[in-house]
Write a protein that binds this ligand. Structure first.
Ligand code: BGC
Ligand code: NOJ
Length: 803
């Protein structure tokens, strides 16, 4: 069953009923100011950092779900309704939510009144603009009272939801015309405030939540709205809000439009006040003046469209598969931007207060983003490398505002360093910008410790070489990619963090997965060394890679598939010798991608993977699921069977298998797996899958789970980047390389060919892939040997590939 449809021309997903199985959200904002917005107008906004600069309040785990957020009320006679259904919950005569690229539109109609609410964060503007158009489609005059309301967060989202003995005293606002300024803590150390404003005189306002809502009431039925009035309350402590009221009279057929603007402003300390206690409103005035008129807003929407058209034109495909095209051309790339911006910080599942930016997460997100805006990728790589330690290990996460490593979680995730090699090499292949390797980059952000970025990569590689266990395989540390395989944890204390505790430093637990990573990214590093004239180092690294390959073949091969790890007692994990958890997906993907054991082992491993782990939604993480808690395995066995790391389809690593099939040139298997969980392909199972049909979720419950097929944790998952890599580089076979663009498609039989446009190093490549008896490639009409289109100066290059 579907709850809407894709409008590919408009690049929108159109939701046609408010009661989607879960809130289906969108992201507004590209750089500093971000908003989450659900299909009923819920969500929140923040500036740069969802924990430290939260602008509006949101209650995770609230009942009813997703209440609050952006509250619009239209009062028409005795009826009060909301254009996006919530919070008023009055059944609408018409409802539609169109989530587009960087904007969302809500269309509601009730009793002859049509409302259209468009929300967007204009480019380079720390402000969400909401345009409300109201049209009287009835035959009589309408007198309407309209409210727009939101609740301020007291900036630090953790304090805001915990430290009430302080919070209830500090809230402060200021009013000026039709603008409410939220200035809590501005009197002391903050130099930023927020504001909410409408571009018309207000009939009244409230800024104290409890006055506006009234006793025993929620956002569904504020007392002010019920009485069609405002109390003019000025918040002092408690919960400051901004509730603006407009009185409108509309003749039959008349339409009016108003702009509501939620903004954020920062000031130099010396300029904070214009009079004692009075905030300097100049930056707010400037922002408001830039979005005072309909035309200014229309221009901003047009600019957003142009921006996205430009970005998406960098890679596109035209094929006979509509769903493939819409994933590749629109939604997968869009999600790559969102994961790049957010890492794992703010979604409807990530509270924005926990994880900040992940080291491995951001490195992987970059793989699907680097072709879009290489300059931002460059900056990110340097930020990430700056939280690394001198011995090559690294903080696992950092806070986006401060860019400092997160000491609470610390380090010790032994896969982390190698991901830096992965993303830097991807950046180099995309851009050819070797100057990044010379960038002075500190360790742990300490001034004076800067070394060239290349040295960080070197230490990453050496970290793996020097941290190996009894079988010569890499030590796993706290965990590798699978955060829940905590082989040194041995926790029996309820509530103890699986991520940070290690009660048994075995020095023995090893990871076959990291070994696969090392073979792959160690090889990439060696190749890089060669290119920059470090032949000796290249040889040494290749030798280490060879040794690692041997260790995998000797101790990491189980007979039918690759083993996953060795535990703290040197016992295999992910082996036929185990009762449960006999096979894991991760090493099958990475060892085959790395080419370990060649085609023979590769095919065996992938066939075992499909046979034992395959389900209708993809490939499960492990089989059989753990049915009991095992302290020597850690968090993985804490999840009920079929959920999360304990045997769901953990979508992130499915593309590894797709890529592995592509490596073995099995286009049918690769495509079949790709389509089993690509959101557009399972749109018609939305009542089972439940999360948004236009973005990937982290997990889909496995066969062992009660709710088999149900997805969770939408949006912020490495699945976005890896799926894009799998489909663009594996299936469609377009791979950026140092010396040119590789074209090596691995299409399923059902695709006769396709047209691909790829922007690469200043040239637009227009590539036609078709089937034919004579394999080969022509570049601008000339037959070209091999699979690499050499670099060129021409702005356009036409390529034909016959497969
Ligand atoms: C989750 C993992 C996640 C980790 C992060 C665990 O509870 O299962 O998916 O990576 O937390 O801390
Ligand atoms: C989600 C985390 O963000 C990621 O870093 C980790 O690799 C996966 N979960 C698997 O545990």
């Amino acid at each position: 069953m579907k709850y809407g449809y894709f409008d590919d021309n408009a690049k929108e997903y159109v939701i046609t009923q408010p009661d989607t199985p879960l809130p289906w959200i969108n992201y507004l904002g590209n750089d500093g100011f971000f908003s989450l917005i659900s299909n009923t107008c819920g969500g929140y906004s923040f500036y740069k950092d969802a924990k430290l600069r939260r602008i509006t309040r949101y209650r995770y785990n609230n009942v009813p779900t997703d209440d609050g957020g952006r509250c619009f009320y239209v009062c028409d006679g005795n009826t009060v309704w909301s254009p996006a259904f919530l919070p008023a919950r009055t059944p609408l005569d018409e409802y539609r939510c169109r989530h587009g690229l960087g904007y969302s539109v809500f269309e509601g109609k009730k009793n002859g009144v049509r409302a259209e609410l468009t929300a967007a964060v204009p480019m380079d503007t720390p402000m969400e603009v909401q345009r409300l158009r109201i049209k009287n489609e009835s035959g009589e005059e309408k007198r309407l009272t309209v409210y727009a309301a939101l609740e301020w967060c007291l900036w630090n989202a953790v304090d805001d939801s915990t430290n009430f003995q302080r919070n209830w005293n500090i809230g402060e606002v200021e009013l000026e015309g039709s603008t409410v300024y939220h200035k809590t803590e501005y009197r002391e150390r903050r130099n930023h405030y927020a504001f909410y404003s409408v571009n018309a005189p207000v009939a009244g306002f409230d800024t104290d939540r409890d006055s506006f809502l009234g006793k025993f009431r929620g956002w569904r039925e504020p007392i002010a709205v019920e009485r069609r009035t405002s109390f003019g309350s000025v918040a002092s402590g408690w919960a400051p809000i901004a509730a603006l009221r407009l009185e409108l009279t509309l003749a039959p057929g008349e339409e009016i439009s108003r702009l509501f603007r939620l903004g954020y402003a920062e000031l130099p300390r010396e300029e904070k006040f214009t009079a004692p206690g009075v905030v300097n409103k100049a930056p707010a005035h400037r922002l408001l003046a830039a979005f005072e008129t309909e035309e200014q807003f229309e221009n901003a929407l047009a600019e957003l469209r142009t921006y996205w058209e430009g970005l998406l034109s960098r890679f596109s495909v035209k094929s006979s598969e509509e769903k493939l095209d819409r994933m590749v051309n629109i939604w997968n790339q869009y999600q790559c931007m969102v994961t790049f911006n957010m890492s794992r910080s703010a979604s409807y599942y990530e509270s924005g207060t926990g994880r900040g930016m992940g080291f491995r997460d951001s490195c992987q997100d970059l793989l699907g983003f680097v072709h879009l805006i290489p300059a931002r990728a460059r900056e990110r790589i340097l930020d990430i490398a700056s939280i690394q330690f001198a011995d090559g290990s690294t903080y696992h996460q950092y806070q986006p505002l401060t860019k400092r490593g997160n000491a609470d979680v610390g380090s010790g995730f032994n896969d982390d360093p190698l991901w830096l090699v992965a993303c830097t090499c991807a950046y180099l292949r995309e851009t050819g910008d070797f100057s990044i390797l010379d960038e002075p980059t500190p360790f742990n952000n300490e001034a004076g410790t800067e070394v060239p970025l290349l040295e960080h990569l070197r230490r990453s590689v050496n970290y793996t070489v020097t941290h190996r266990g009894p079988h010569g395989l890499p030590l796993i540390g706290r965990a590798d990619w699978n955060d829940c395989l905590n082989l040194n944890c041995f926790s029996l204390t309820p509530g103890e963090s699986f991520q940070t505790c290690s009660n048994f430093e075995s020095g023995k637990a090893e990871s076959v997965f990291i070994a696969g990573m090392f073979v792959r990214y160690g090889t990439e590093y060696a190749e890089l060394c060669e290119r920059i004239g470090l032949a000796e180092e290249a040889d040494a690294v290749r030798a280490a890679v060879k040794e690692m390959e041997r260790a995998v073949l000797t101790h990491g091969w189980d007979g039918e598939w690759f083993r996953r790890a060795y535990d703290a007692f040197k016992r295999p994990v992910g082996s036929s010798l185990n009762e449960e958890g006999k096979i894991f997906i991760e090493p099958q993907g990475f060892c085959v991608m790395a080419g370990i054991g060649g085609e023979e082992y590769g095919r065996k491993a992938l066939e075992s993977t499909e046979r034992l782990l395959g389900n209708a939604f993809g490939v499960e993480l492990l089989w059989p699921c753990y049915t009991e808690y095992h302290d020597y395995l850690g968090e993985i066995s804490s999840y009920p069977p079929g959920y999360k790391e304990n045997g769901s389809v953990f979508c992130h690593n499915n593309p590894w298998i797709t890529l592995a099939w592509s490596k073995l040139k099995d286009g049918n298997a690769a495509f079949d797996l790709y389509t089993r969980n690509a959101p557009a392909y399972i749109e018609d199972k939305s009542e089972i899958h439940r999360t948004e049909p236009y973005c990937y979720s982290q997990t889909i419950a496995g066969r062992a789970a009660q709710n088999y097929g149900e997805a969770k944790n939408a949006w912020l998952t490495g699945t976005a980047a890896w799926s894009f890599v799998a489909v663009s580089q594996g299936i469609l076979g377009i791979r950026p390389d140092y010396d040119g663009l590789i074209v090596d498609p691995c299409l399923p039989d059902k695709l006769d060919g396709c047209e691909i446009t790829r922007f690469f190093r200043g040239t637009r490549y227009e590539i036609t892939v078709r089937r034919g008896a004579e394999k080969g490639m022509t570049v601008d009409g000339r037959t070209t040997a091999g699979k690499t289109i050499p670099l060129t100066d021409s702005p356009v290059c036409r390529v034909t590939v016959t497969i």
